[in-house]
Design a protein around this ligand. Sequence first.
Ligand SMILES: NC(=O)c1ccc[n+]([C@@H]2O[C@H](COP(=O)([O-])OP(=O)(O)OC[C@H]3O[C@@H](n4cnc5c(N)ncnc54)[C@H](O)[C@@H]3O)[C@@H](O)[C@H]2O)c1
Length: 313
Amino acid sequence: MTRVLVTGGAGFIGSHIADALLARGDEVIVADDLSSGHRENVPAGARFVEADLAEPETLTDAIAGCDGVIHCAARASVTTSIDDPVHSNRANLQASTRLLLAARDAGVRRLVYSSTSAVYGDEVEGEAHEALRERPVSPYGMNKLAAEHLFRMAPALYGVDTVCLRYFNVYGPRQDPSSPYSGVISLFVTAALEGRPPTIYGDGGQSRDFTFVGDVVRANLAALDAPVGGGAAVNIGGGRPTDLLALWAAICRACGVDNLQPDHGPARPGDIRHSRAAVARVAELLGWRAEVPLDAGLEATVAWYRAHPLAAP
Ligand SMILES: NC(=O)c1ccc[n+]([C@@H]2O[C@H](COP(=O)([O-])OP(=O)(O)OC[C@H]3O[C@@H](n4cnc5c(N)ncnc54)[C@H](O)[C@@H]3O)[C@@H](O)[C@H]2O)c1
């Protein structure tokens, strides 16, 4: 793989992927509309194209000559998708559709899609296994699942090989704390560093399979190069969930502050109770498993927020 387009590369996850591709010697093009991303996240070695993927033909120049695409661009929020499902549809499904056609026209060999555990919905008992019937409970989850279906069909219909990665709550340096859903760790860390209690929606017993961004980057590189594509969807998570009260306690330890009693707000619609990845399929298909334990990931995250106090909302 030599020339790779990273959509959403001015955002949290995409910018880390762009860093890693450059570090291994690939040529990197970042396409982003800066709707939630930041220009300063784009690594200096990458070419930056400001483009809205949902607009026709914005990518013709950026994607030319690319043999790989890593598709991270999205409006990545359950809550805002409920408030504005039309915009979610545009940014998450329409944009993915246009990107796929641009990839077909450019002769792209492999496209890796950033999907989400939100495709499973809230009725999963125990592990979320890829063979389960998906039942998303938000427009965001529904749009991401629809895009997955499109990318599953892409090898046969459009000649673009694909892999879909279903991330379970990703966290790490550079995550924007103004994102109300996926950024729970960024919100808690900034609260702890400022000596404020966080707001927990519901009783705090809800659990998430928190996944460090470095592990997610490795999964993307593995998916870009793997012999198996074919539209496969695999979970990207460690299979070890943590509830929000335990998470807050771990963050207070990592920040070296007292464990303040959190404020509690009403549970949010579309918020699922428990989320845990089944991990066998991704190990088999991509040879990947999560490696960074929560305490080590929190330590790296806290260090970054200490060094970037202006990242706080
Ligand atoms: N962060 C998580 O916990 C998590 C969990 C599951 C899935 N995901 C998925 O991972 C991907 C990256 O998420 P993130 O946390 O880095 O979010 P992010 O908001 O930091 O990054 C998304 C980027 O996409 C850009 N973008 C949005 N709409 C665009 C458009 N129409 N055209 C061009 N660029 C556009 C934004 O400006 C931003 O830079 C998303 O696809 C998201 O759905 C994230």
